[in-house]
Design a protein around this ligand. Sequence first.
Ligand code: SIN
Ligand code: CO
Length: 383
Amino acid sequence: MQLQDFDIDVFLRDHWQKKPMLIKNAWPSWDNPITPDELAGLACEPQIESRLITKTGEAWNVENGPLPEARFGELEAKDWALLVQAADHYVPAVAALIEPFRFIPNWRIDDVMVSYAADGGGVGPHYDQYDVFLIQGLGKRRWQVGEICNSDTPMLPNSDLRQLAEFQPTQEWILEPGDILYVPPRIPHNGTAIGDDCMTYSIGFRAPSRAELIADYCDDLLEHLDDDDRYSDTGLKLQSNPGEIPAAAIEQLHTMLTEKINDRETFVRWFGAYNSTRKYPDMDWTPEEPLQSGQVHNILANGACLLRNPASRFSFIRHEGNSVSLFADGDCYDCTDETTALAEQICSQEIVYVDSELTASQQTIALIAKLYNKGSLALDDGE
Ligand code: SIN
Ligand code: CO
């Protein structure tokens, strides 16, 4: 589905990562995909990350889920909000909200957070490191945005909510069901429910920090490094001052470091696998009994389609020479000419209808079997 009255090219040129954009009445017809009661139910589940934020006067309080069901009966009529992470993993209609935003590559998608707020409820002024599309689902919310922040921006002490010490709004809008507000990273924002039954869907886009890339890549490299792989100075020349670390030693030491970090092929494979690692591993579709390729072939020949595990992250990288590696759930699958088409299809579609050309290929069936046995894909025969 496409958003109406929304020009992707103009958005990417003028707004993405640059400035907020309000898209009024963006859906041809808007249906709120999950009820407040269903959302409260998710917040009671132990494997789902949720937070309840209450405000009493100027004091904010955060309770982490899972919440006891009785907690909802104790809440005041005003000034609280419930936030549920990754609701798209549990509710297909919430996952469907991502579809119109596929003009941003999948590898950048984080998840869909859903919030419910009573009148006056919200999380206070803050900024995120993420791009976010805030879809108003039910009721009304006032959104205020301000000027870009950075790590020097003063924050309230000890705030779990990472709230700003000062917030000067420069623009504000009241969103109604079906409206969308895009907010770029580090643009401070404050959403306050106006009236009851305010629901907002946040489609978040992650971007790795340099610190995270360096730390996690180096951790991975370290696992494959050998203690015998050391600096050596055979042919050492006498130097005039024994206190100097000579340029030649620095050169060799620096090369020891950079030749590992600079290896693009190693980096590509690491990044693909790293980026496809699940944020929430609980959604386990691993079958009790793994299937053999022959069984997978028969199930597909009977018309079953492939369903992606909503918690799995799929992507592919094209290497020089055009070969492709598929990544899912932290694993790398190097594709052949026969399996590349399937890999590309899985990465671009939630549901893959497997045609006879694909089922005729043993390599393709073997790849499907591997992904099925890992719990990344299900075989859906409609039952
Ligand atoms: C909310 O939905 O209440 C908060 C979303 C956000 O500010 O990022
Ligand atoms: Co935010």
